[in-house]
Design a protein around this ligand. Structure first.
Ligand SMILES: *Cc1c(COP(=O)(O)O)cnc(C)c1O
Length: 414
């Protein structure tokens, strides 16, 4: 990572925006206002160039080839692994496993780590604010093994109730799986504290970093977690590539998730010897271009300075929160002290989908629905929410446009 600046210059957002070609588009004859970054982020030109460059000059399969291009591709793919290790401050490249995304990373841990360890009556702890990706894979292995899920409740502000969490930890607990930050409430969870408490009981912790790492530096050794997963496409990289970080001892104790090429040392019909870490978990041809694009995304973040981007975003979130509070009949969900740039809300005048439709006609992209967090919708007693989710390339002018459009919603549905 680049060294933190003693006196960081203020962020030149207009300059950063020019790095993202899609942002200068007009949509529905209005300037695009992209506020759906929680679903996926836009890509800087450097990421697009990395993808095109790979396919233009380097494309070959990795690991197997003796020829020049294959060596180039292998080198680039493995260099990316090293970049990610440094980005996460992991101890070793072998702890970085390429997967398709957060969902696949969690399923890998559920199947290869949790499943063999779960017995009748065992428990896995998740929280009420989890994305379905951090609920369903655990439910599947629990159902198979006669184990059950326990749930850390969320208070009205959208914070985890840690006293309740402490009560849930017991000798039957086999794993804790929590989000670094909520995709609905924006809450940044106290992961280091959650991990420390779990470790007092000898329980490993998986962190769903899908919404953490786009907004916050994630140092796996500082967080103390055993697994950390994230998706490339939510951190300005390509879709179809993601990362599972796992502590070496744990990954070493796990059987492969999928069988196939690249994950073996030797195969015969009598039996197969599996490859070392991390190849053991990377069966088949991986998303080589995706990994290289992800490297470009991480380079972009490092160059811009992740702390500086986060500081700007926090300020923009404050501005947006204040601005939304001026819209009559609008209720914001999630008022935690520590938040990333996510604003979920409902309005008295209109259903979230109608809000989304009116906003779309103004060129404003938000998300409306259950946000893959139906248990959390139940917690707040609503079927759906509208969500504006920010990135560092969003501006105050865009927030003003959002507010104007929400005032229009009130007029249309008055
Ligand atoms: C998006 C998201 C996921 C799932 O990520 P995929 O890229 O769809 O695999 C999981 N958890 C959270 C908190 C998310 O925001």
């Amino acid at each position: 990572m680049s060294a933190p600046l003693a006196h960081p210059a203020p962020l030149d957002v207009e300059r950063l925006r020019r790095d993202f070609p899609i942002l200068s588009q007009r949509v529905r004859n209005k300037p695009l206002v992209y506020l759906d970054n929680g679903a996926t982020t836009q890509k800087p030109q450097s990421v697009i160039d990395a993808l095109v460059g790979y396919y233009t000059t380097e494309n070959a399969n990795i690991h197997r080839g003796v020829h020049y291009l294959s060596q180039q591709a292998t080198f680039a793919y493995e260099r990316t692994r090293g970049r990610i290790r440094r980005f996460l401050n992991a101890a070793d490249n072998s702890e970085i496993v390429f997967v398709r995304g957060t969902t696949e990373g969690i399923n890998l841990v559920a199947q290869s780590f949790a499943r063999p360890r779960l017995h009748e009556g065992d428990e896995i702890i998740v929280s009420q604010m989890e994305h379905h990706s951090n609920i369903v894979p655990w439910q599947m292995v629990c159902a198979e093994r006669g184990a059950r899920l326990r749930v850390i409740p969320v208070d009205d502000a959208g914070e985890l109730i840690l006293e309740e969490y402490e009560k849930l930890l017991n000798p039957r607990t086999k794993l804790v799986a929590v989000a670094h930050a909520s995709n609905v409430l924006g809450t940044i969870n106290p992961v280091a504290r959650i991990t420390a408490l779990a470790h007092q009981h000898g329980v490993p912790v998986l962190v769903d970093g899908a919404q953490g790492i786009p907004h916050l530096p994630a140092d796996v050794r500082e967080l103390g977690c055993d697994f950390y997963v994230f998706s490339g496409h939510k951190i300005f990289g390509p879709t179809g590539i993601g990362v599972l970080y796992g502590r070496r001892e744990l990954l070493e104790s796990m059987p492969p998730y999928q069988g196939g090429g690249s994950m073996i040392v030797k195969v015969s019909f009598e039996g197969t010897t599996y490859a070392e870490l991390p190849n053991r978990f990377e069966a088949g041809t991986p998303h080589i271009a995706g990994a290289i694009g992800l490297e470009a995304a991480i380079d972009y973040l490092n160059e811009a300075g992740q702390e500086r981007l986060a500081a700007y975003e926090t300020e923009l979130l404050g501005y947006a929160t204040q601005a939304l509070s001026q819209v009559k009949g609008l209720r914001v969900f999630g008022t935690a002290r520590d938040k990333v740039g996510v604003l979920s809300f409902a309005m008295e005048s209109a259903h979230p989908h109608d809000i989304g439709t009116v906003l779309d006609s103004e060129g404003i992209a938000i998300r409306a629905g259950h946000h893959c967090a139906q248990p959390l919708m139940q917690r707040y007693g609503v079927p759906a929410m509208a969500r504006a989710s920010l990135a560092f390339y969003n501006t105050r002018e865009e927030i003003d446009a959002l507010v104007d459009a929400l005032l229009k919603v009130n007029e249309v549905f008055a």
